[in-house]
Design a protein around this ligand. Structure first.
Ligand code: AMP
Length: 377
């Protein structure tokens, strides 16, 4: 199906051509007409499926026909769980919003940076992309009013309903007008998502593209049985011997992420850490360098396990196993995307063995385990 069949304006079609988009992705074929039609949508699709454009484009179109700018009263609210995702989604709105004949102003707001510039920039904003905590701060400072919201998007909804976000999200939902369009996107259809779907959505178009589980076959998974002390040398060996150029290494704690990155650097490997304790500017710069290929190894906590789109990420290493099988799937889902095969390596200590069995059972896959004792490094 060509883009012309989706009901988008010629200027947006041109903008997509300029981006090198040749044809719509499956989620776009289904979500764009439904959103243009002002339906509620439940989209189950992983990052990398093109889900951002699937709501950005029709939202921009709908606003074109109906743009009433009341100062500090935004029309569209997109809630996202992380600062990085706020920036990424903000960029997609900017990219396409700038191409329209009637300009639509969008702004991404998130914590970890000073609130004042965001309060000033809020003038005449139509589309606000926000993390929940910062949005509440802005509302409390009267910098933004949510009573004219026509469309609400919950991106990465499964995450938004966890990790202590629920209370903030409920608070925000109470500030919105009852009559509005609700768009909910999630990588998985968990019980929580189902619950909010029932509360939030009215007769929604349900679009299920492909789950992270479905694309596991694209990923070559392997495990190394290794003692805690030998993990560092094994990691260096795998990176150096395999001449790996773009590796995402996951640790469970901020301390460990810094520690692993420092040790890699001491051994001449171009590595840096990213986690919630680093400043927003440093996180942004590090992620950009990693995406550009200037940084070979990014060591991250689970902050990065979801939502972030890196076009081609060949290697993911679980330096430490995540606690839940779901997190394991999200982490390794950073690779093997967009039809590119990827490799996911997990380090398994004697203590992890039982837990790793559970993960494999949940995935319905047996993963080859190599004993690192048999490798010379
Ligand atoms: P997302 O799932 O929204 O994170 O998008 C994943 C990637 O796909 C982004 O880099 C988009 O620029 C890209 N993309 C989205 N739609 C298309 C399309 N129709 N054709 C080619 N690339 C696309």
């Amino acid at each position: 199906m060509p883009f012309t069949a989706l009901g988008l304006s010629p200027s947006l079609q041109k903008a997509m051509e300029n981006e090198g988009y040749k044809k719509p992705y499956p989620i776009q074929i289904e979500a764009i007409p439904a959103i243009l039609n002002k339906n509620d949508v439940l989209g189950i699709a992983k990052t990398g499926s093109g889900k951002t454009a699937s709501y950005v484009l029709p939202i921009l179109m709908n606003l074109q026909g109906n743009l009433v700018s009341k100062n500090r009263h935004v029309n569209v609210l997109v809630l996202v769980p992380t600062r990085e995702l706020a920036i990424q989604v903000g960029e997609v709105f900017q990219l396409f919003g700038n191409k329209l004949t009637r300009k639509v102003k969008s702004l991404a707001v998130y914590g970890g940076v000073s609130i004042n510039p965001q309060m000033i920039a809020m003038q005449n904003v139509n589309i606000l992309i926000a993390t929940p905590g910062r949005l509440i701060e802005l509302v409390e400072n009267n910098a933004v009013h949510l009573n004219d919201i026509e469309t609400l998007v919950l991106d990465e909804a499964d995450k938004m309903l966890h990790l202590g976000f629920k209370e903030e999200v409920d608070k925000i939902l109470n500030l919105l007008p009852k009559k509005r369009q609700n768009l909910l996107f999630s990588a998985t259809l968990s019980d929580d998502v189902n619950e909010i779907n029932q509360i939030l959505l009215h007769n929604p178009s349900i679009i299920k593209i492909e789950s992270d589980e479905d694309h596991l076959d694209l990923i070559d998974q392997v495990a190394y049985f290794v003692s805690e002390e030998k993990k560092g040398p094994l990691l260096r060996y795998l990176i150096q011997q395999g001449k790996l150029k773009q590796v995402l290494v996951f640790t469970s704690t901020v301390y460990k992420a810094d520690n692993v990155a420092n040790k890699l650097r001491k051994n001449g490997i171009n590595a840096s850490a990213i986690h919630g304790k680093r400043s927003q500017a440093a996180r942004k710069e590090t992620l950009l360098k990693f995406k550009n290929g200037e940084l070979n190894v990014l060591v991250a906590t689970d902050l990065l396990a979801r939502g972030i789109d890196i076009a081609f990420l060949p290697h993911v290493i679980n330096y430490e196993l995540p606690r839940s099988p779901k997190d394991y799937i999200h982490r390794i889902g950073r690779t093997g995307r967009a039809e590119n095969p990827g490799e996911a390596i997990s380090f398994i200590t004697p203590e992890d063995k039982h837990h790793f069995k559970i993960i494999q059972k949940k995935m319905g896959k047996i993963i080859t385990m190599i004993d690192s004792e048999n490798i010379e490094f």
